[in-house]
Design a protein around this ligand. Structure first.
Ligand SMILES: NC(=O)c1ccc[n+]([C@@H]2O[C@H](COP(=O)([O-])OP(=O)(O)OC[C@H]3O[C@@H](n4cnc5c(N)ncnc54)[C@H](O)[C@@H]3O)[C@@H](O)[C@H]2O)c1
Length: 504
C-alpha cells in the first residue's frame, strides 16, 4: 500500500504506533494482488473495522464450510486508519480477553485471507458486503435537563451506502448489521443502492439487501457471541433472504444455534433495538430502587440475588455507576426517532427515551452520593479510579459512565489517577491510563473508587491486603464488586460505601 506523508497521523491505541494518513484513497494494486492470491473464492467485504466489524471479518475469514477472501474496509481518518494498517501488519486492532481472537487471527494470517483497505474500489470485487459501520445519536441534553434531547444524523450512514452503490456489482448481497432505526434497510438502503445502480446504467433486479443482527459481547466470549449464537435475519425480498440464509449458514454454527428468520427487515431492525431497549429500561427501573434501598438501610444486591433465584426473574439487573457502551445508550432513541421520522407517527417512545435519560444521569447520582457521604471539599484530594471502560473485562471506553463521574471530580479539582488493565489511552478524555496497579498503589489516596467491575478488582485478596496497608481512605464501590467479608475487613480501617447498600 503506497502512502504519502501528510501532517496528520492516526495512532494505534494498542501499539502507540503512528501512521501518516494516505493522501489519496488509491489501493487498487493492494486489493488486486490480495484477490489474485485467492482464485475462485468469493470475496466478502466488511465495511467498518470497529469492535463488531473487525471481529465479524475474522469470523468470516474462519468460516465453517466455505473459504472466503475477506476484505475489511474503513476510513483513512485519524481515528480509524490505524485499524487498517494494524490488520495488514499482523496486529489485531481489538484487545480482548477471548483467546479465540488470537487463534482466529493467526489462522487468517497463515491463510493470508484477511486484508484491510480504505479504497472503495474494493466494493467492485465483492460478492457479499456486510455493513458494520457506526450510526450515531448525538445527545444534546445535559445532566440537569429533564428530558432526552437528541439528533439522529443519517448523512454519514447514507454516504457509506452510496460508496457501496457507486462501486458494487449489480447482483451483490448487501447485509446490514449496523444497528439502524427500524425501517432503514427497506426505506433507505435499498432505494439508495438501486438509485446508484440505475445512475451507473446497471440493472437492479438481482440486487440483494437484508438485515441481520446478533448480540456481540466483547470480552471472553467475543468470537462465540458472533459464531456460536442465535442470529436473526430478514431480506427485503425472498431472493435476498435466501441469499442471506445461505451465506450465514457457511459462517455461523446454525446446527446448534438455528437462525431465526423474521417476516421483513423492519421486524429484524425492531427486534435489535427492542432487545437493547429492554435491557436499558431494566437498568433504569433499578435506579430508583437503589435509592430506595439506600434510604431504607437495605442491601439491594442481597435483594436482587434473592429474586434472581426464581427462573422467571433471572435477568433482573443490578445497580451500578451507569450505563455505557455504544448500544444501550442510543438504541431506544433510534427506535423512537424511527417511529416519528420513518413511520410518520406523532408520538415518540416516551418511556424508552426516559429510560435512557435516567441511565445517563446515573454517574451524576453516584457523584452526589459520594458528596453526601463525604462533606469536605474534594479540591486537591487524591483520587484513584479503578476502571475506565464501560464494561468489565473489556477495553471499550465509548460512552463509559466513568466519564461523567470523572468530569464531576475534575470540576471539583480533585487529583485523579486512572487504572484500567485493558485501556492504555482514554481517547474521549485524551488521557493516558496506567495499567500497572502495583505501581499506582505505591501512592496514598484519599479516595479509592471502583468504577468498572474488572476481574482484577473482584475477589482479589492481594488487592485487599494492599489496601489494608494504606492510610485511612474513603473506599467507594460504585459497581458492587466487594464481598461482605471484604467490606468488613476494609471497614476496620477505611470508610467503605457501596452504591445501593444502605446497610453500611
Ligand atoms: N457492540 C455490539 O455488541 C454490537 C452488536 C451488534 C451490533 N452493533 C452495531 O454494529 C455497528 C458497529 O459497532 P461498533 O461497535 O463496531 O462501532 P465502531 O465505532 O467501533 O466501528 C465502526 C467503524 O466503522 C467505520 N466507518 C464509519 N463510516 C465508514 C465508511 N463510510 N466506510 C468505512 N468504514 C466506516 C468507523 O471508522 C469505525 O472504524 C453499530 O451500529 C452497533 O450499534 C454493535
Amino acid at each position: 500500500m503506497e502512502t504519502t506523508t501528510l501532517p496528520v497521523i492516526s495512532r494505534s491505541p494498542i501499539t502507540n504506533k503512528e501512521y501518516p494518513l494516505p493522501v489519496n484513497a488509491d489501493d487498487k494494486k493492494g486489493i488486486d494482488s490480495f484477490i489474485a492470491l485467492h482464485p475462485g473464492k468469493k470475496v466478502v467485504i466488511v465495511q467498518g473495522l470497529g469492535f463488531v466489524g473487525s471481529v465479524m471479518g475474522l469470523v468470516v475469514a474462519n468460516a465453517l464450510t466455505e473459504e472466503y477472501a475477506v476484505i475489511g474496509i474503513d476510513l483513512p481518518s485519524a481515528s480509524s486508519f490505524w485499524k487498517i494498517c494494524s490488520i495488514n501488519e499482523g496486529v489485531f486492532p481489538v484487545l480482548a480477553s477471548d483467546p479465540k481472537i488470537s487463534q482466529y487471527y493467526q489462522r487468517a494470517l497463515q491463510k493470508k485471507n484477511y486484508y484491510a483497505t480504505y479504497d472503495n474500489y474494493a466494493f467492485s470485487q465483492a460478492d457479499v458486503i456486510i455493513v458494520d459501520i457506526n450510526l450515531d445519536v448525538k445527545k444534546q441534553s445535559s445532566f440537569n435537563d429533564d428530558v432526552e434531547d437528541y439528533h439522529v444524523d443519517l448523512a454519514p450512514f447514507k454516504k457509506a451506502i452510496n460508496s457501496i452503490g457507486q462501486n458494487c456489482k449489480p447482483d451483490v448481497l448487501v447485509l446490514v448489521e449496523t444497528t439502524v432505526p427500524p425501517g432503514t434497510s427497506q426505506k433507505i438502503v435499498k432505494p439508495l443502492l438501486e438509485e446508484n445502480l440505475q445512475q451507473r446504467g446497471l440493472p437492479v433486479a438481482e440486487l440483494k439487501v437484508g438485515h441481520s443482527y446478533e448480540r456481540v459481547m466483547p470480552g471472553p466470549k467475543y468470537i462465540d457471541s458472533i459464531q456460536n449464537f442465535y442470529r436473526v435475519f430478514a431480506g427485503t425480498d425472498d431472493k435476498s433472504s435466501d441469499a442471506i440464509e445461505k451465506f450465514l449458514r457457511t459462517v455461523i454454527r446454525t446446527d446448534e444455534y438455528p437462525l431465526t428468520k423474521l417476516g421483513n427487515t423492519n421486524a429484524t431492525e425492531m427486534a435489535k433495538v427492542l432487545e437493547n431497549s429492554f435491557r436499558a429500561m431494566n437498568i433504569a427501573f433499578m435506579v430508583e430502587w437503589s435509592r430506595f434501598a439506600e434510604e431504607a438501610g437495605v442491601d439491594i444486591y442481597e435483594v436482587v440475588n434473592a429474586i434472581r433465584m426464581r427462573p422467571t426473574h433471572k435477568n433482573i439487573m443490578l445497580p451500578g455507576l451507569g450505563v455505557g457502551g455504544y448500544c444501550l445508550t442510543k438504541d431506544p432513541l433510534l427506535a423512537s426517532w424511527a417511529k416519528m421520522n420513518l413511520f410518520g407517527s406523532e408520538g415518540r417512545l416516551h418511556e424508552s427515551e426516559r429510560g435512557v435519560h435516567i441511565n445517563d444521569k446515573m454517574p451524576l447520582y453516584a457523584f452526589e452520593y459520594l458528596q453526601s457521604q463525604y462533606k469536605d471539599p474534594l479540591q486537591g484530594k487524591k483520587v484513584l479510579l479503578l476502571g475506565v471502560s464501560y464494561l468489565n473485562d473489556v477495553g471499550d471506553t465509548r460512552y463509559t459512565p466513568v466519564e461523567g463521574f470523572y468530569d464531576c471530580l475534575e470540576t471539583e479539582r480533585a487529583e485523579i489517577a486512572l487504572h484500567d488493565p485493558h485501556v492504555l489511552y482514554w481517547e474521549e478524555k485524551d488521557v493516558w491510563v496506567n495499567r500497572d496497579l502495583q505501581e499506582l498503589l505505591q501512592t496514598d489516596y484519599d479516595f479509592i473508587i471502583i468504577t468498572t467491575g474488572h476481574k482484577e478488582y473482584r475477589n482479589n485478596a492481594e488487592l485487599i491486603a494492599r489496601l489494608l496497608q494504606k492510610p485511612a481512605a474513603f473506599i467507594y464501590d460504585t459497581i458492587g464488586v466487594l464481598t461482605n467479608e471484604e467490606i468488613k475487613a476494609l471497614a476496620a480501617k477505611h470508610t467503605v460505601k457501596v452504591i445501593g447498600r444502605g446497610d453500611l
